[in-house]
Design a protein around this ligand. Sequence first.
Ligand code: SAM
Ligand code: NAG
Ligand code: NAG
Length: 387
Amino acid sequence: MENLRVLELYSGIGGMHYALTESGVAAKVVAAVDVNTTANEIYKHNFPNTPLLPKTIEGMTLDDFNKLAFDMILMSPPCQPFTRIGLQGDISDPRTKSFLYILDLLPRLIKLPRFILLENVKGFETSSARDSLVKTLKECGYNYQELMVSPTCLGMPNSRLRYFMIAKASPGSFSFHTTSEIQEGFPQPADKVLLEPSSPISPSPTSTAYQEEDHKEDEGGILYKLERAQDTERKSSQNRDQSLRQISVYLEDQGEGEMEQYLLPTKTLLRYALLMDIVRPTCRRSVCFTKGYGHYVEGTGSVLQSCMETDMEAAFKSPECLSDEEKLNQLSRLKLRYFSPREIANLMGFPKHFTVPKNISTKQQYRVLGNSLNVHVVARLIELLVS
Ligand SMILES: C[S@@+](CC[C@H](N)C(=O)[O-])C[C@H]1O[C@@H](n2cnc3c(N)ncnc32)[C@H](O)[C@@H]1O
Ligand SMILES: *[C@@H]1O[C@H](CO)[C@@H](O)[C@H](O)[C@H]1NC(C)=O
Ligand SMILES: *[C@@H]1O[C@H](CO)[C@@H](O)[C@H](O)[C@H]1NC(C)=O
């Protein structure tokens, strides 16, 4: 088969490009498009031979797109208009404009791309932008499947539940049975090829893989931390789930000195200790890392307890009776630290050879990684799309 010509829109740091490579599909990225200078520096650093267009998508004409003669579009449009915490501007949000522009261009291309893959946050599935996407794909005669997939489906100890659309131009059809409903997890029958040969675990159907942090509507009592019984139970059942790998697999093999820079500052410990999601290297779970990680603590990603000699329960026991000094004393014995950008990249499936230019700050790295995607999940979806 000849190399597929791939257009990577909203390319960021190239998560889609890594997934494409990992999928093993014979393909080359003929153009990557993004406006963000930081992300673009990282992209160029890792893919020096890929044409990267540092401009807005709306700034490209129909003619520009036709000239690229692409067979596949890989894209993850900005998600802020669709997140539940965001303002939910949906199609009225200026950040959706470029996406609507793509939908408008698609039917007018000289040659429809054979394959389209779109990634977005949970929440996108109920948006008008999603309805417009489906409408356009139908009008253009695509076969498609919508899915919600988290890396836990692949045995990775990190939650990142995302919406995916995979679409194939007719007469192409899928190797699995498509439905108009959004599928949870990878379609069955899944092939048994594991993406990480080092970890011979295949997630069982009874695994806790689909249990996500999102389902915490019902009320419950608060335990030693600001956490409900259901949350505690869900977390410990994930930690016992042998289909998920341990966090330790993804940690950097650095001396303690190297990791000192990631220790949580005193101020943060005192103010936010009760809100943090704390994991140990032996845990099999962590929450989704988002762009505010390393800066805001609540809901932006898990922190790591790097000292195992201290019991967490002890450190949190009736914190209201302790003075600040005593609290701090207890907490600092846990040696809580942020995951490093490299560790987050590992948990998101980026290959070892992914690196960032020296002058990109840690904070900037957290930001661009938080905007990116799980490479293994997308690689698997590209395989499904093309096979
Ligand atoms: C969700 S991130 C995509 C991340 C990417 N998949 C990765 O692996 O890093 C969205 C990206 O779209 C870019 N972007 C947003 N609006 C854009 C526009 N109108 N034209 C081009 N790029 C845009 C942002 O700079 C950001 O890098
Ligand atoms: C690039 O993206 C990062 C992460 O979202 C953001 O913090 C930064 O302000 C953006 N820079 C530009 C030039 O848009
Ligand atoms: C990093 O260095 C490059 C090359 O010297 C420069 O163009 C870029 O602006 C720098 N980026 C940052 C974020 O400092």
